[in-house]
Design a protein around this ligand. Structure first.
Ligand code: CU
Length: 142
């Protein structure tokens, strides 16, 4: 009996997919939008505490017309350019920091300007885990 129960427990864990609570986001913040522009950028630290890699493959939000994961890359002519990152794999135990000059969430067509102190909500989507709601605070640049 005890063995049957044990087998049940083992098979339960073996078939369980990654839970959203194994992915944590801390220190989420957004830059205030520059007057006259309609694009914004968001940053955070994301950690995968699960045992399997997860793939971040999208962002959705109500605060802008569109949103994407971006990365800054150095081009051959030495210019910093932004590039869309369709899939970002975060390994088991790995933390990825989204920060100015690196990975960021790009907001295109911000509906209402991001003002210091506002809360901006968006959702991170994964190929292999539940979506994760994030609330980011608009912070002044230092
Ligand atoms: Cu960008």
């Amino acid at each position: 009996m005890k063995q049957a129960l044990m087998a049940l427990v083992v098979s339960f864990f073996a078939t369980t997919t990654v839970f959203a609570n194994e992915i944590t986001v801390v220190d989420a913040w957004v830059k205030p939008t520059i007057p006259g522009t309609e694009n914004g950028a968001g940053y955070f630290q994301i950690t995968n505490q699960g045992t399997q890699p997860v793939t971040l493959n999208g962002v959705s939000t109500e605060v802008s017309r569109a949103s994407e994961v971006h990365q800054h890359v150095m081009t051959e002519d030495g210019m910093m350019r932004m590039r869309r990152v369709p899939e970002l794999v975060i390994g088991s135990g790995e933390t990825v920091t989204f920060q100015p000059g690196g990975y960021h969430v790009m907001f295109f067509g911000v509906k209402n300007p991001f003002k210091v102190g506002d809360s901006i909500e968006f959702q991170l989507q994964f190929a292999d885990a539940d979506a994760l709601d994030v609330t980011a605070e608009v912070r002044a640049l230092h």
